[in-house]
Design a protein around this ligand. Structure first.
Ligand code: PLP
Length: 492
């Protein structure tokens, strides 16, 4: 199988695409053809998480052998998650909640970032790469820690993480700045997440153009969802949830299931679209946005316009105005029109806006719809669901739950509706306590304990211990100095 860029005819093998993260023309890698010989969604859906993961990764990365894939899946996940089946599906009210936050850093990013380092190590082998792989990551809060944890002390790699100063929760910050490992580096930047993400993308582009890495014995790669190796493992839990609904007797294979996905970079929801392409009977994919509702506006109007205020919300991991992975969807919906995609991305960069043709928008709407909820609406449903059912969700999941309710009203869907839960409520104790009507004043670690006392739920161990760990990464830099920070760490 060959991968190709969304912006030109540039090609790469699966292992090359995983190692590079982003195509040389700034585009994102996708399979050149979506044909997967030997893959049967009906067979795969019956397997456990490990079995599904092996099937999906083998289908997308056939350069690896079946046994290599099985081995790396075991190594990635065994003993790392709180729950035996990694991503449980729980009935709550009239919906199902797909819990993706039972991993080591309490956010759904763990599902992909537990396995990406293993994919990279294998890819280094396949490509005969001996240069050090330097992972550059921009984070709105959750990717950073999950990537640091995944790559900590992985031989042949360094990991550098940039997060927006003041733009992540105290717990998220503590998770990153206390990170151990000789190969881990973290800095805050003075700016928001889009500044961090744009800064990282610019480093890739200028370093490639100016050949900056030549002679350093290192090469850059990405752990953001621009990397296809990050996206592929996220397909797995859509199959897993579908299988759970089959086992519970709720559906038979072939019945459509709707998924509601709290979205930022459009990565998680795009993985659902990939699952559909792979043959999973996905009904609607409902895109849920917070006050930064650029994606739901786009699905409504066909115009993607980032010339708007940026809001810091109670669901910071979705505070994003430039959604990288939408580019992949546009490429697929335009049937591989790389010139059109390159044009839209150029307009976005220079003018801050682009509009897609009506036919493309229509096609998108056959699968996708979108709803947004601001902090007040999300808090309201968080509190209500807790009072009505006893289920406590985090603010990102609450945005999705609110979208699910609106979607049900509009569509009158008869399909099971699965809401993806992307973070533990303990990661965002302050807005969660406020939403359930409890005192939310005090420092964030006091709030962790209060949330536990008030709800009777246990604090996840990896969050409880943060309070006593020493801070190792205190750097805060202007965004203009990101490139220099990278070079210093590469050479150091
Ligand atoms: C990253 C993240 C999201 C958004 O996921 P995308 O793949 O960027 O759409 C939603 N919720 C949480 C908790 C996250 O960490």
């Amino acid at each position: 199988m060959i991968y190709r860029s969304t912006r030109s005819s540039a090609q790469a093998s699966p292992a090359e695409a995983i190692l590079a993260g982003i195509a040389p023309d700034g585009g994102l890698y996708l399979p050149a053809e979506f044909s997967f010989p030997g893959f049967s969604s009906e067979e795969t859906v019956k397997k456990d998480f490990y079995g599904i993961a092996a099937d999906v990764l083998f289908a997308l990365f056939p350069e690896f052998t079946r046994s290599e894939v099985e081995t790396l899946v075991r190594a990635a996940y065994t003993g790392k998650f709180e729950t035996e089946d990694l991503t449980p599906t729980v009935p709550v009210g009239e919906n199902y909640i797909l819990e993706l936050f039972r991993g080591p850093t309490c956010a759904f990013k763990d599902v992909a970032l537990s396995v990406l380092p293993h994919l990279m190590v294998k890819s280094r082998e396949k490509c005969g790469v001996t240069d050090e792989t330097v992972i550059l990551t921009a984070t709105s809060g959750d990717t950073g820690k999950a990537a640091l944890k995944g790559f900590q002390d992985v031989p042949g790699t360094k990991i550098l993480v940039f997060y927006p100063h003041g733009g992540v929760s105290a717990v998220q910050r503590a998770q990153m700045v206390t990170q151990k490992g000789e190969n881990t580096f973290v800095s805050a930047i003075e700016g928001n997440f889009d500044d961090a993400q744009t800064g990282v993308k610019n480093i890739f582009a200028t370093f490639a153009k100016e050949n900056t890495m030549a002679g350093t014995g290192a090469r850059l790669s990405s752990a953001n969802s621009i990397n296809i190796g990050r996206l592929a493992p996220q397909i797995v839990y859509y199959f897993k949830a579908y299988g759970d609904l089959m086992r519970s007797g709720r559906i038979a294979f072939g019945d459509a299931v709707d998924f509601v996905v709290p979205t930022g970079n459009f990565g998680n929801i795009l993985a659902g679209y990939f699952a559909k392409i792979l043959g999973l009977p996905v009904g609607k994919l409902v895109c849920a946005s917070n006050a930064n509702n650029i994606l739901t506006d786009f699905i409504r109007t066909g115009t993607y316009d980032k010339r708007r205020p940026f809001f810091q919300t109670a669901s910071p991991s979705m505070d994003i105005l430039v959604s990288s992975n939408l580019e992949r969807l546009l490429f697929l919906l335009s049937e591989g029109d790389d010139k059109a995609v390159a044009g839209w991305m150029k307009s976005l960069n220079t003018d801050g806006v682009y509009t897609v043709p009506a036919a493309l928008l229509e096609k998108m709407r056959t699968v996708f719809c979108g709803y947004d909820a601001d902090d007040a609406e999300a808090a309201k449903v968080l509190g209500k669901v807790y009072r009505d059912t006893g289920y406590l969700m985090d603010p990102h999941t609450a945005v999705a739950w609110s979208a699910a309710e609106e979607y049900r009203l509009d569509s009158k869907t008869q399909n099971p509706v699965v809401v993806l839960a992307t973070a533990s409520p303990f990661k965002f104790s302050r807005p969660v306590l406020a939403a359930i009507g409890e005192d939310a004043e005090g420092d964030e670690f006091a709030l962790l304990h209060r949330l536990s006392e008030k709800t009777g739920l246990a604090i996840p161990q990896s969050l409880g211990e943060l309070e006593i760990l020493p801070e190792r990464h205190k750097s805060v830099i202007p965004k203009e100095e990101m490139a220099a920070f990278v070079l210093e760490k590469v050479k150091g």
